[in-house]
Design a protein around this ligand. Structure first.
Ligand code: MN
Length: 321
């Protein structure tokens, strides 16, 4: 998905100054953002005062939306730089096309993982014939400096490893949990897991003490470390935990996001992650001039234009408080 916000505000993130070294329970409320003409999403990252969780730098939760008589998701070709995108569905399907020639339908609990490297463009749309409900999350992972200029690539993993215990099925998107590892390519120590809980579940998950974590609630009634977390909200958990307790009052869906705190300072603007204002401005100009980002074939419609750059130059910075 694209950041379709026309008032694209720069986000300065990364660096140790954001990270909470101790276990905390910080409830993050979503900001409602309208994408295109109809779709409304709940944006959890970047959030006021909390920009990243490990290398996770962008989290949108959308649906469940009834799109039986509607076109559904229609995100025209747009560019990315310096990040990976993760497409994750609980209901419905998304047809992905990109400038490396990938054409792939992503279905519930399949991983669509796009590594932009230095430049890629893609479109995402509900197929013409689609399921009634669309429910999912769009997430971005910042690439470290050592890998952010790699060639672009797209991966689709339909058969992801799962961990099961009474009341819990965990599916690995990225990284390792309880001895199971996702086949998705990672560039920093990171974790992404989907947690399906059944009503009455009361479980403990093993965590890495050096990682910071957050839990995104997608459906159902749950308590995360004792805190009720409503669908569309996220609980930031800080670092220093060796396990996490989860309880479900109904069948429920969560995403556990974590990783080693991201040390590098970043500038994030529109669909780009960079290190300097000049890099961001060059990426914008290259997209508008039709350079670098390639072409998406087969999308029925025009590509997206970039919003105007803010008048004040951006500077990377590590601390907000
Ligand atoms: Mn996108």
């Amino acid at each position: 998905m694209s950041n379709l916000d026309r008032d694209a505000v720069p986000s300065l993130c990364g660096g140790r100054g954001f990270v909470v070294a101790e276990p905390v329970r910080e409830l993050l409320s979503p900001r409602r953002v309208t994408l295109g003409e109809s779709t409304e999403v709940r944006r959890l990252l970047p959030n006021l005062g909390r920009r990243m969780v490990g290398a996770w730098c962008f989290v949108d939760h959308y649906g469940p939306d009834d799109i039986a008589d509607e076109p559904g998701m229609q995100v025209p070709p747009h560019p990315h730089m310096g990040l990976q995108t993760v497409s994750w569905l609980h209901e419905g399907e998304v047809l992905h096309r990109d400038s490396t020639g990938s054409v792939q339908t992503v279905r519930p609990r399949e991983l669509g993982l796009m590594t932009s490297g230095r430049a890629i463009s893609h479109s995402e749309e509900s197929p013409r014939s689609h399921a009634r409900f669309l429910h999912g999350a769009q997430l971005w992972v910042a690439l470290p400096d050592s890998d952010r200029h790699t060639p672009p690539r797209f991966e689709h993993h339909a058969d992801l490893p799962q961990i099961t215990s009474p009341g819990l099925t965990a599916t690995l998107l990225l990284g390792t949990l309880d001895g199971s590892t996702s086949p998705g390519t990672t560039y920093t120590p990171i974790l992404g897991a989907d947690l399906a809980l059944s009503r009455g579940a009361d479980v403990r998950l093993p965590l890495e003490r050096d990682f910071e974590y957050a839990v995104l609630a997608m459906s159902g009634e749950t308590h995360v470390d004792g805190v009720p977390v409503l669908p569309g909200s996220m609980l930031y958990l800080g670092c220093g935990r060796t396990d996490l307790s989860l309880r479900a009052e109904s069948d429920a869906g969560l995403m556990l996001l974590g990783g080693e705190p991201f040390e590098e300072e970043l500038v994030m603007w529109w669909n780009f992650v960079g290190r300097t204002n000049e890099e961001i401005a060059r990426a914008r100009a290259d997209w508008m001039n039709g350079d670098r980002f390639g072409a998406v074939r087969g999308y029925d419609g025009d590509r997206l234009s970039a919003p105007e750059l803010p008048a004040v130059p951006l500077k990377a910075r590590g601390r907000v408080r």
